[in-house]
Design a protein around this ligand. Structure first.
Ligand code: KIV
Ligand code: ZN
Length: 520
């Protein structure tokens, strides 16, 4: 059942079965975000993930900007062979020399050179003239073609450039040998219609446009990056420049996962990518954890709540027939099951389903009375976890065995090696452990890990102050992985180390981890 495109009352000249190239710039535009910098080893890990994901081009860095960026392009060129490896430059010969050198090991290398084309860039930043910019642009492309066959030109701030002038720039750089022409909305300024009109103008007015691929590169300052990119694609662009989780300067870039899944959920447009969508969640977690950039819970496709149905009506609908409220099967993006969070708004169907997963098949009167108790508890607690449900259905013995409680915590920190002593209560049994770490939280987590019978990995750790001041309450969100199960923990306390430990234990409870047998 496809959407009827004509019903949208828009006419696009180019609607055809076509491949859309995915150009990932997580490691270049994404990495420009303060605090997101990665070392070469971490960049290689991300590049390997992007290769597995199926991206066509990986923009690795801006080699003239630092030895680290140069080295990353060189090393990733060796480590990753299928995608094209791209290096950014200004329209400056020295930049291009260095980029070409960094790409010398690439099986397929691309130089991405460019210059500003909006009045703001031409007159204020570059203190130049429109004609001189066209000359510099063409000259840079010609020079880069002396090194590689694949040269992409970016018309920086094309979003605010005059379309007629932009068309002249694009014609000149294609004539000089550009294989891809990138039309960035650098400041995230355009409306989708405006951006689509810009691409359509180039398609219809640049005589040699058939000799190059048009690329979109949209920033999200007004929250329209994905809409603008899709509008550009429908108007004829065939390369999208994106980042995983939409990370990037200021409000970020177009997010890879949104473009891929928007096109997959609308096959009637006949445009698709070669991305293996089942790896999207994995790639999102990798980028988020390596770059210390938590994904907002309500982020489309990869946010924690993207497939969580907390309202009773929605939960009932999803359990009866998934597509009632989900337009994407969570499995298609690598999530095993909709993570249905039980809250005060959850209905009987969701409660019954969760209890069934825990091994309890209740008849209607039993479910009704448990539901009363559940609502009472859910009014007091934000989210009701599995161990709370076990308590509700009266399985106190199992609760005793599965509930982990923090009985005692003592940390020492400062200039010497931080250490932690932790006493946990598993049911009625108390266990103590000591450990050191690179900080008090790391030490406490190591002590806790030594007391449990499963190998768990902390995959996300987010600490936020509620308001401000040193006496503030710290909120800690954790995400913990155990095999292929993921759980989220939460705690808040004025003692942030304690909140961190409680949050970790909260996630361990959800995962139902139990105590390690004594002596092991
Ligand atoms: O946003 C932008 O204009 C860019 C270019 C350097 C491609 O990132
Ligand atoms: Zn950019």
């Amino acid at each position: 059942m496809f959407a009827d495109i004509s019903a949208h009352n828009l006419t696009y000249d180019i609607i055809m079965a076509d491949k859309l190239y995915i150009f990932d710039t997580t490691l270049r535009d994404g990495e420009q975000v303060p605090g997101c910098q990665l070392n070469t080893t971490e960049k290689i890990e991300v590049a390997r993930m992007l290769e597995a994901l199926g991206v066509d081009v990986i923009e690795v860095g801006f080699p003239i900007s630092s030895p680290g960026d140069f080295n990353s392009v060189l090393e990733i060129s060796k480590a990753v062979t299928r995608p094209t490896i791209c290096a950014l430059t200004r329209a400056v010969k020295k930049d291009i020399d260095v980029a070409a050198d960094s790409l010398r090991m690439a099986r397929r290398g691309r130089i991405h050179t460019g210059i500003g084309v909006s009045p703001q860039h031409i007159y204020n930043k570059l203190r130049s003239t429109p004609e001189a910019i066209i000359e510099s642009a063409a000259e840079a492309v010609r020079y880069a073609r002396g090194y590689v066959d694949d040269v992409e030109f970016y018309a920086e701030d094309a979003g605010r450039a005059d379309n007629e002038y932009l068309a002249r720039v694009v014609e000149a750089v294609i004539k000089a040998g550009a294989t891809v022409v990138n039309i960035p909305d650098t400041t995230g300024y355009c409306f989708p219609e405006e951006y689509a009109a810009k691409i359509a103008y180039l398609v219809n007015n640049v005589p040699n446009i058939d000799k190059a691929i048009i690329a979109t590169h949209c920033h999200n300052d007004l929250g329209m990056a994905t809409a603008n990119t899709l509008a550009g694609v429908l108007a004829g662009a065939r390369q999208c420049e994106v980042t995983v989780n939409g990370i990037g300067e200021r409000a970020g870039n177009t997010s890879l996962e949104e473009i891929v899944m928007a096109l997959r959920t609308h096959p009637a447009y006949g445009i698709d990518t070669e991305i293996d969508s089942k790896l999207i969640t994995k790639a999102s977690h990798l980028v988020s954890s390596l770059m210390n950039m938590p994904v907002q819970p309500n982020k489309a496709i990869v946010g924690r709540n993207a497939f969580a149905h907390s309202s009773g009506i929605h939960q009932d609908g999803v359990l009866k027939q998934r597509d009632t409220y989900e337009i994407i099967d969570p499995q298609d993006v690598g999530i095993n099951e909709s993570q249905i969070a039980l809250t005060a708004r959850s209905g009987r169907a969701a409660l019954g389903h969760r209890l069934e997963l825990l091994g309890y098949k209740l008849n209607q009167p039993e479910l009704d009375s448990t539901y009363e108790k559940f609502l009472d508890l859910a009014d007091r607690k934000k989210e009701v976890h599995d161990y709370d449900l076990l308590y509700l259905v009266g399985d106190l013995e199992r609760v005793q065995n599965q509930t982990i409680k923090l009985k005692y915590l003592q940390v020492t920190t400062g200039t010497l090696m931080p250490t932690a002593t932790v006493v946990l209560k598993f049911g009625s049994n108390e266990r103590m452990a000591m450990a050191s770490g690179n900080g008090p939280v790391d030490a406490a987590y190591a002590a806790i890990k030594s007391l449990i019978n499963e190998t768990v990995v902390l995959t996300e750790f987010l600490i936020q102050a509620m308001t401000r001041g040193s006496n503030d309450v710290g909120r800690v969100h954790t995400q913990v992985k155990c095999g292929d199960r993921l759980a989220h923990g939460y705690s808040a306390h004025t003692d942030t180390v304690r909140a961190s430990v409680e949050s970790f234990i909260d996630a361990l409870r959800v995962l139902n981890v139990t105590e390690k047998p004594e002596g092991n």
